[in-house]
Every structure is written in structure tokens, then in C-alpha cells.
Design a protein around this ligand. Structure first.
Ligand code: ARG
Length: 459
């Protein structure tokens, strides 16, 4: 017994090989669930006393001992041991040192299998909540930008080619929509994951008269998981978090890419503040958008975590297998990356300055109001849209050949393409009129954008 493991060494004479210990141990990373582990153990001990499985005095000793363990962990004085494999056995062993015999009663009616499933759910749930709060702040920053520039024209792109003028506010609010869906996905996942595995024990439940409703409630779960096999072998909650995180990270990477492009000398659409830019050690003129570039890249590790955990879970027979210990590092890393990324994006967006003049100048290039001209021909002259498209195309070609924009063509030149064109056409060729005309619900007109800003503010 002295040479073998204190927790399960009853039938072992020899201790594990060093390499066995190294591959088996998870304490190097699952110590991040220490708080959740203590919390779940406290709920379990209180329930064991309430149901008469252990005595009230043992439960009280356990409760006080666990508080000491938690303060040692939080104070950084807890001595973690690799020989004790994981956080669950580290906590229990320390509890034994502190309170002696009653510590051995804590593990009645539970197993490390339901314990780890419970701790991990609590950890993921905490981080879902942190991500939702971070998304609230990022959306607020985007809405702030949208409000300031609700009527600032900028080029709208398709294929990264100038398409039609849009407003800065409209573009910012497109991202608010994406991040709002991310928030919704996280909330959906949270609602589904909020069931307690505790009391499923190793896989089959237990014969002790435990009260799973009681521990579920104490830990803030809506109800206990209904099937003990599923309770200990399910990691959907982590996968759903990673899937939602992957989509969110993809959104961050798209906005990040726009910031990289927009802050370049060629675009000059935005200026990132000093706080969110970096310099070059050799080129004194540089202001690099490093945070945006890193955000463009972070999606790789988050999606990687999602794929890794799916691959771990694929083909695993019921119920618990040690494979599942490989679930945590991926989720920890993805959660850290996501929270850091959301905070960085919020800071960049809040601090950045849109260059209104550069946006307006760019909005007027690339024949961005060609569609407005075609629409005018339809509306005022009754042309079928296909014919209007053709006439406008001819005018664009003419202007382009002479290095002009559409409004620079004379009325006579316009009438060459179609004799019905009148002076009034010039009214629709300016970008301000163009954006103001797009008043359909969800369109880019400043009034629409302001109405959407109101809607966001009201939420
Ligand atoms: N450290 C383990 C994990 O993370 C805890 C569960 C161990 N269960 C077992 N039957 N060996 O999955």
C-alpha cells in the first residue's frame, strides 16, 4: 500500500512507471478546475449529510476542510502532486491531511467520472457567461461607432470590388448582428448544458439514497441529467461551446481582416489608436495592426480545438474512457483565446477613428452609383431593368475610357446613350443621395441605420 497509489492501491503491489505517471496525470492542467471541484464536493457532502448517508459532524469537518483547501489553492500555497494524478485526488488527499478520517467519506456515492463531468460543466458554464459579457461589450462598441457615423458614406464591396455606397454605421452594425448571433448560440448551449451529472457515480448510479435534485440545485443546475451513462460520457456541452466559439472566432477574423486592410496607407479608412498599434524596430513610419492580425489567426486554434475534441469523442463506447481526459486542454485554450480576442477587438473598435473624408472619397470611386443610374432609367423613363443595365454599362465604359466618373459626363454624352435622359439624372449620381435612397428595411439609408442603433440601444 505504501508504494502503490493511496487512492486505488488496494490491489496493487507496485507503483506505476514514471512514464505511466506522466501520461496519466492531468493535474498539470485540470488544476484550473480546482474551484469548481471544491464547490461540487461541498454540495455533495452537504447532500450526503441531509440524506443521512454521512453524519452531520463529518459533513461539517469536510465543509471546513474544503474551505481551507480552497484558500490554499487561491493563495498559491497548495502543493500539487503528479502522483495524485488529477485535481480530484489532489483535493481529496489534502482534505485527508487536514481533517483525517471524515475525508474518506466524501467519495461515498460518487466517482471521479461524475465528478469530472460536473466540474468541467461548471467550468465551461462559467466561461460561456464570461464570453457573453465580452460580446455585450463588443456589440456596445460597434453600436457606438455606428451611431457616430450613421450617415458617413463609404464604398460597399462585393468581391472586394466597389459595388454600391453604404454607410459606415451600416457596416458596423453588420458585425453587431453577427456577434449577437454568437451570443445567442452561447446562451442556447448554456441552457442545454445546465444539467447536473453529479450522482451518476461511475456509470450506473448508486444504491445510496442520494438526492440529485439537491446537488443540482446547489450548483445552479436546472435539473440532474436523466441517464447516468450519458451523464458521465457526454461532452456535448464542451463541443457546443467550441462550435459557438469557432463561429465567433471566424467573425472576429473577418472584422480583423477589414481592420488590417482599412488601416493600410492604401485605404486609410481607419486609424487604430496608439494603444492598439505597434511600431517597427527598423521602419520608423510603421503603425502595425498586430492585434487585428493575431485575431485573424486565433480562429485557427479555436477551430482546431473543436476538431480535436470531436475526434477524441468519435467512436468512444459508453461510458467513461480515459480518452476523455484529453477534452480539457483544448477547451481551456480555446476559451482563453476567445476571451482575449473579444477583449482586444472591443478595445480596437472602441478606440479606432474612422476617416470620414477618405471613406467619402472612396465611396465616389469605382462607378459606385451605376446601379442608381440604372434604377433612375427604370423609374423615370419606364425602361425594363435589363435595358437600363445595358445603357448604364455603355455610359460607364465611355466614362472609364476618358478617365472620368459618371457625374463628369455631359448631358449630351448621356443622351447619346439614351435620348430620354434629362438633367434630373445628376441628382442620383451623388453618393449621399444614393445611400439616402436605400430606405428599405435593413437598408443602408442613414434613417434606417439610426433606427437600428435605437433598436440596439433599447436592448
Ligand atoms: N482526470 C480524469 C479526467 O480528466 C478524471 C476521471 C478519471 N476517471 C477514471 N475512471 N480514471 O477524465
Amino acid at each position: 500500500m505504501t508504494d502503490s497509489n493511496a487512492m486505488w492501491g488496494g490491489r496493487f503491489a507496485d507503483r506505476p512507471d514514471e512514464v505511466m505517471e506522466a501520461i496519466n496525470a492531468s493535474i498539470g492542467f485540470d488544476r484550473r478546475m480546482a474551484r469548481q471541484d471544491v464547490e461540487a464536493s461541498r454540495a455533495h457532502a452537504a447532500m450526503l449529510a441531509a440524506t443521512g448517508v454521512i453524519s452531520g459532524s463529518d459533513a461539517e469537518a469536510i465543509r471546513e476542510g474544503l474551505l481551507t483547501v480552497l484558500s490554499e489553492i487561491e493563495g498559491g500555497t497548495f502543493a500539487y502532486s503528479t502522483a495524485l494524478e488529477d485535481i480530484h485526488m489532489n483535493v481529496e488527499a489534502r482534505l485527508k491531511e487536514l481533517i483525517g478520517e471524515p475525508a474518506g467519506r466524501l467519495h461515498t456515492g460518487r466517482s471521479r467520472n461524475d465528478q469530472v463531468a460536473t466540474d468541467f460543466r461548471l467550468w465551461v458554464r462559467d466561461h460561456v457567461d464570461l464570453a457573453v459579457t465580452a460580446l455585450d461589450k463588443l456589440i456596445d462598441a460597434l453600436v457606438g461607432q455606428a451611431e457616430a457615423g450613421a450617415d458617413w458614406p463609404m464604398p460597399g464591396f462585393t468581391h472586394l470590388q466597389v459595388a454600391q455606397p453604404v454607410t459606415w454605421g451600416h457596416h458596423m452594425l453588420a458585425y453587431a448582428e453577427m456577434f449577437d448571433r454568437d451570443r445567442g448560440r452561447l446562451r442556447d448551449a448554456r441552457a442545454r448544458m445546465n444539467e447536473s451529472p453529479l450522482g451518476a457515480a461511475a456509470l450506473a448510479g448508486t444504491g445510496f439514497p442520494i438526492d440529485r435534485e439537491m446537488t443540482a440545485e446547489a450548483l445552479g443546475f436546472d435539473r440532474p441529467c436523466a441517464n447516468s451513462l450519458d451523464a458521465v460520457s457526454d461532452r456535448d456541452f464542451a463541443l457546443e461551446f467550441l462550435a459557438a466559439a469557432s463561429i465567433c472566432a471566424m467573425h472576429l477574423s473577418r472584422l480583423a481582416e477589414e481592420l488590417v486592410v482599412w488601416s493600410s496607407a492604401q485605404f486609410r479608412f481607419v486609424r487604430l489608436s496608439d494603444r492598439w498599434s505597434t511600431g517597427s524596430s527598423i521602419m520608423p513610419q510603421k503603425r502595425n495592426p498586430d492585434a487585428a492580425e493575431l485575431l485573424r489567426a486565433k480562429v485557427g486554434r479555436i477551430v482546431g480545438a473543436n476538431v480535436a475534441l470531436l475526434t477524441v469523442m468519435k467512436g468512444l463506447p459508453l461510458a467513461y474512457s480515459k480518452d476523455m481526459q484529453e477534452d480539457k486542454e483544448q477547451v481551456f485554450d480555446a476559451a482563453d483565446s476567445l476571451l482575449l480576442g473579444l477583449a482586444a477587438m472591443e478595445g480596437m473598435v472602441r478606440d479606432m477613428t474612422a476617416n470620414r473624408d477618405a471613406l467619402a472619397a472612396a465611396a465616389a470611386t469605382g462607378f459606385s452609383t451605376a446601379t442608381d443610374l440604372a434604377d433612375w432609367l427604370v423609374r423615370e423613363l419606364g425602361l425594363p431593368f435589363r435595358e437600363a443595365h445595358h445603357v448604364t454599362g455603355a455610359l460607364v465604359a465611355k466614362a472609364e475610357a476618358r478617365g472620368l466618373d459618371l457625374p463628369d459626363l455631359t448631358l449630351v454624352e448621356m443622351q447619346d446613350a439614351h435620348p430620354g435622359i434629362t438633367q434630373a439624372v445628376y441628382g442620383v449620381l451623388g453618393v449621399e443621395n444614393s445611400v439616402a435612397s436605400r430606405t428599405s428595411y435593413g437598408g443602408t439609408a442613414p434613417d434606417q441605420v439610426r433606427a437600428q442603433v435605437e433598436r440596439w440601444r433599447a436592448r
